[in-house]
Design a protein around this ligand. Structure first.
Ligand code: ZN
Length: 355
C-alpha cells in the first residue's frame, strides 16, 4: 500500500488512469482492475481486462531463465516470459497460481532501479520517455510502448498490441506470422489478439489522452514526453508507410523522436549499430527473445536507464516538417533509415555531446 501511495504521489499524470475505470474497447467485456490490490492496479496497464473465451497464453520457447537482469535488485528472482495476453489486456488467468508462476505479469519487473542508479542522473527536458520498437517489415505486426518516468527512471505504464496487416491475403498473413512469430512460439496469441493498425492507433490515442500526454485537439507533438526509438526506421519510415497502406493521415505526435543509437553514440563517444551493440557496450544482458517487440522494448529501455544513470540528458534527434514531410536530424548522416534490426550505423558529431 505504501508503495502504491508513493507512485500516486510521484506520477500525477498517471493517477487518473489508475483510479478511474479502464477505457472500454470493443472486444473487451469485464474489467479485472477492481479485483486487484492497489499495487497491482498501478503496475498493470489501464487496459487490463479479461475475456473468458480466450485460450491459454504461450511461452516463447527461446526464453532463458539463466539470465538475470542487471537492474534486478531483488533476491535472485529468475527471468520469465511476459504473458502476452496480459500485456494486451486479455489475460483470463490472473487467479491461476500456476499461470502466474510461469508468466510475468509485471512489465516493470526487469527494469527496477534503486537509489544508486539515480545518483548521477541529470535533470531532463521531458517528464516521460515512450520507448517504442515496432516489428514487421512488410507491414507493422507489433506495436509495443513502455513509459519511463524521466525523474525516477521507473516504468510507469505500457501499451502493447499485435497488429493485423491491412493489405495482405489471409494465406500470406499466416505464412508471415509463422515465419516471424512461430519461432518464438507466440503465433497463436498473435492470431488471437491482432487488430488493424487504424484500430491500434485509436486505442493508443485514447491511452495517450488518458495519461495527459496528448489530446486530439493537439496539433503538435507529445506533451512533456518524447518517443525513444532504436534507429530512425520506426518513425521516419515504417509508420508513414503503414499510414499510407492503412489510408490514414500521419498523426502529429509522430513528428519528432529521439534515436537512441545517435544519443548513445554521441554520449559515450562510440559508434553503435543496434540494440545488441549498445547492450554489449554497456554490459547489459539481453533478456527475452530478440525481435519480439515487447522484449526488445524492455531491453532498449534498460539501455536508456543506463544512459540516464550515467548522466546523459536526452534531446530530440529527428524532426519531420508537417509541410514538406522532410526529416531533419541533429546528427551528421542522419538520413539513414537504419533500425535496430540493421547493421547500418551513422557517424556522430564529435564535440557535440548532450552533456
Ligand atoms: Zn496471464
Amino acid at each position: 500500500m505504501a508503495l502504491a501511495r508513493t507512485y500516486l504521489y510521484r506520477f500525477p499524470h498517471f493517477c487518473s488512469s489508475f483510479l478511474s475505470p479502464p477505457i472500454q474497447v470493443s472486444f473487451l467485456h469485464h474489467s479485472v482492475t477492481s479485483l486487484l490490490p492497489p499495487i497491482h492496479t498501478h503496475i498493470i496497464s489501464s487496459f487490463a481486462t479479461t475475456s473468458p473465451s480466450l485460450p491459454t497464453p504461450q511461452a516463447p520457447p527461446s526464453s532463458s531463465s539463466s539470465m538475470l537482469p542487471k537492474h534486478d535488485h531483488s533476491s535472485g528472482r529468475c527471468w520469465k516470459p511476459m504473458c502476452l495476453y496480459f500485456t494486451q489486456g486479455k489475460c483470463t488467468k490472473m487467479d491461476d497460481p500456476i499461470h502466474l508462476e510461469k508468466f510475468n505479469h509485471n512489465c516493470s519487473m526487469d527494469l527496477q532501479v534503486n537509489a544508486d542508479d539515480i545518483e548521477h542522473k541529470r535533470s531532463q527536458d521531458f517528464d516521460f520517455f515512450l520507448v517504442l520498437d515496432l516489428e514487421g517489415k512488410v507491414e507493422i505486426l507489433e506495436y509495443p510502448v513502455l513509459v519511463l518516468d524521466a525523474k525516477t527512471m521507473d516504468i510507469v505504464d505500457f501499451f502493447h498490441r499485435f497488429v493485423r496487416p491491412t493489405a495482405m491475403s489471409e494465406q500470406r498473413i499466416n505464412q508471415y506470422i509463422e515465419g516471424k512469430y512461430g519461432k518464438f512460439g507466440v503465433n497463436r496469441v498473435w492470431h488471437d489478439t491482432a487488430l488493424p493498425f487504424k484500430e491500434v492507433l485509436l486505442q493508443f490515442e485514447a491511452w495517450l489522452t488518458q495519461h495527459q500526454l496528448w489530446t486530439k485537439e493537439s496539433v503538435g507533438p507529445l506533451n512533456r514526453a518524447a518517443f525513444i526509438t532504436c534507429g530512425d526506421w520506426d518513425l521516419k519510415t515504417k509508420v508513414p508507410e503503414q499510414c499510407k497502406v492503412s489510408m490514414m493521415k500521419l498523426p502529429p505526435y509522430f513528428m519528432e523522436w529521439i534515436n537512441l543509437k545517435d544519443a548513445y553514440s554521441n554520449f559515450y563517444g562510440t559508434e553503435v549499430s543496434g540494440m545488441r551493440t549498445m547492450l554489449n557496450h554497456s554490459n547489459i544482458p539481453l533478456l527475452g527473445s530478440h525481435h519480439l517487440g515487447i522484449d526488445d522494448t524492455k531491453n532498449i529501455a534498460r539501455v536508456l536507464q543506463r544512459m540516464l544513470s550515467d548522466g546523459a540528458v536526452m534531446q530530440i534527434t529527428a524532426w519531420r516538417s508537417p509541410d514538406s514531410q522532410k526529416v531533419r536530424f541533429a546528427f551528421k548522416d542522419g538520413s539513414s533509415s537504419s533500425s535496430c534490426h540493421q547493421n547500418k550505423s551513422k557517424r556522430f558529431l564529435k564535440g557535440n555531446r548532450f552533456i
